[in-house]
Design a protein around this ligand. Structure first.
Ligand SMILES: Cc1cc2nc3c(=O)[nH]c(=O)nc-3n(C[C@H](O)[C@H](O)[C@H](O)COP(=O)(O)OP(=O)(O)OC[C@H]3O[C@@H](n4cnc5c(N)ncnc54)[C@H](O)[C@@H]3O)c2cc1C
Length: 478
């Protein structure tokens, strides 16, 4: 459970129970859907949000909740024009959090905290980032020392960034909206959204389902992969005044919250079985080294959709869908990313020209840049092929207590997890999204898809999209 969900309960609303007609239907009640619906409602649109589970039941609950326009090494990777657009959009997004918090009168711990990237190994990339940032007018400074309890080679500080308690903020946003929970969008057509319980006719539809759930058009499954990271809330630690991200090998992240530090890292592509082992333990060990005597009070993990060029996909779902919109691929920067989506989509739907929108457009030329797309497609294809080629040799009884793995039984592959009491839980290890073979994640005790990041629990229930259907599953406890 994340620290946020331990502190804040957001109740479900009602299921859709009849057809209705609105201006805009937003699918997904994570931060992207909620903020987009809020901005549309502020502009006078009649909006509803359709959510298959509960409010913030997806990945948003697992965020670190830094609100920043410092996103790793993004500025040096973009052209000067795109870097400027990216900066202005995300800077406006930071400020918009403060405006909305004031509009709603919500206490959500929103406060200004500087943000830093640092490296313990080399300084070239950070120097290049400083150069790219300064060129477009970002107020930033190179530092040789930080308050972190270890030496850094170099750090880069951005001012006017912030952090908050995301669920307190989003609970207040959700209270202003019409949301149907436990209502899954099954498909869309030109006239609206089809759910299990009725139609929502809408002039515009926004897909904010984290991983876009419509495979074609758009073909986002060829352009996105998912990356998972792990977080610990640490007590008995010194106070921090800044938020930090290691852009070197360690990849650690730090942010202050109350008298705690939220500390994370161990990122890996979802479904990478080896990297998923011992993630919490490795983090806890490093935490003890740098903050001796610290206590882990909560631990959790989450994943996000990653794009080839590091810029989210915000805009028309595809060239041929004038009234279907999407917000995805936040590259682990979905707080400001979602606010940028809310600003762009609400303005576009209002018919306004948005100066920086082209940089984020899903149909931008760079989004289809051959090299990156091919690499991702090949990765997906390789995993699809692997289903037919991978023949594990282990038998069920070789599976240790607390372990999961794929076993081969009379030519059939079976995902087997054995709990500490010795009970077996079986799943068909074929992702219900596009059929890739699942991999076992020992840290989270879940079955993860290396192609597109869907995840399932030991009972075969979907934990993370794009998969919608549960796995065929069974257990010797039934
Ligand atoms: C470990 C970690 C730390 C992070 N830290 C930061 C940070 O410090 N700062 C930052 O800016 N970003 C951060 N991010 C990124 C950020 O948390 C995400 O980008 C963001 O939460 C994604 O929000 P979302 O609304 O797109 O997705 P979600 O929160 O997953 O919301 C999607 C919703 O859609 C619903 N849904 C899916 N399919 C359907 C359907 N068919 N019908 C109806 N509903 C559907 C789901 O149930 C879900 O509620 C972090 C990410 C990770 C993984």
């Amino acid at each position: 459970m994340s620290l946020w969900s331990r502190e804040t309960y957001i109740p479900k609303t009602n299921r859709l129970d009849s057809d209705l007609s609105v201006d805009v239907a937003v699918i997904g009640a994570g931060i992207a859907g909620l903020l987009t619906a809020y901005e549309l409602a502020q502009k006078g649109f009649d909006v509803v949000v359709i959510e298959k589970e509960g409010i913030c039941a997806g990945e948003t609950v697992g965020t670190t909740a830094k609100i920043t326009y410092q996103h790793g090494l993004i500025y040096q990777k973009l052209s000067e024009a795109d870097a400027e657009n990216y900066y202005h959009a995300n800077k406006m997004a930071v400020e918009r959090f403060f405006e909305i918090a004031e509009e709603l009168g919500v206490e959500c711990g929103l406060r200004r905290v500087p943000s830093y990237i640092y490296s313990r190994e080399e300084d070239e990339k950070i120097k290049a980032e400083a150069l790219a940032a300064k060129k477009i007018g970002i107020d930033c400074e190179i530092c040789k020392h930080t308050e972190l309890p270890f030496e850094v080679k170099i750090a880069l500080k951005f001012n006017d960034t912030a952090c908050f308690q995301p669920l307190e903020f989003l609970k207040a946003v959700a209270e202003r909206l019409t949301i149907f929970t436990d209502t899954e969008a099954v498909s869309v057509d030109e006239k609206g959204v089809i759910t299990e319980f009725g139609r929502v006719n809408a002039k515009h539809i926004v897909v904010a389902t984290h991983y876009p759930f419509i495979n074609a058009p758009g073909y986002y499954f060829l352009r996105l992969y998912q990356s998972r990271s792990y977080l610990l809330a640490l007590e008995n630690v010194p106070g921090l005044n800044g938020m930090y991200l290691d852009v070197g090998k360690g990849g650690h992240t730090f942010r202050p919250y109350k008298d705690m530090i939220i500390f994370g890292g161990q990122s890996h592509t979802t479904g990478d079985r080896e990297s998923a082992e011992g993630c919490y333990e490795k983090l806890a060990q490093f935490a003890q080294e740098i903050f001796p005597g610290c206590r882990v009070v909560e631990r959790w993990s989450a994943q996000d959709c990653m794009t080839p060029d590091g810029v989210p996909f915000i805009g028309r779902y595809s060239k041929d869908t004038p009234n279907l919109w999407v917000a995805t691929g936040f590259n682990k920067w979905g707080m400001t990313g979602s606010m940028v989506a809310a600003m762009i989509l609400s303005d576009k739907i209002s018919g306004k020209n948005v100066p920086f929108a082209e940089t984020f457009s899903p149909t931008r030329p760079k989004a289809a840049k051959a090299a990156s797309v091919t690499a991702l497609s090949l990765k997906a294809a390789a995993h699809l092929l692997k289903q037919g080629l991978y023949i594990p040799s282990s038998e069920i009884n070789d599976v240790e207590k607390g372990e999961g793995r794929i076993v081969n039984i009379e030519g059939e592959k079976l995902g087997v997890y054995r709990d500490e009491a010795g009970n077996f839980y079986f799943v068909s290890p074929k992702c219900t999204h596009l059929g890739c073979q699942l991999e076992w994640n020992q840290s989270d005790k879940s079955w993860d898809c290396p192609c597109h990041g869907s995840r399932f629990d030991i009972y075969g229930k979907v934990l993370s999209n794009p998969a919608k259907a549960d796995l065929t599953a069974g257990s010797n406890t039934e």
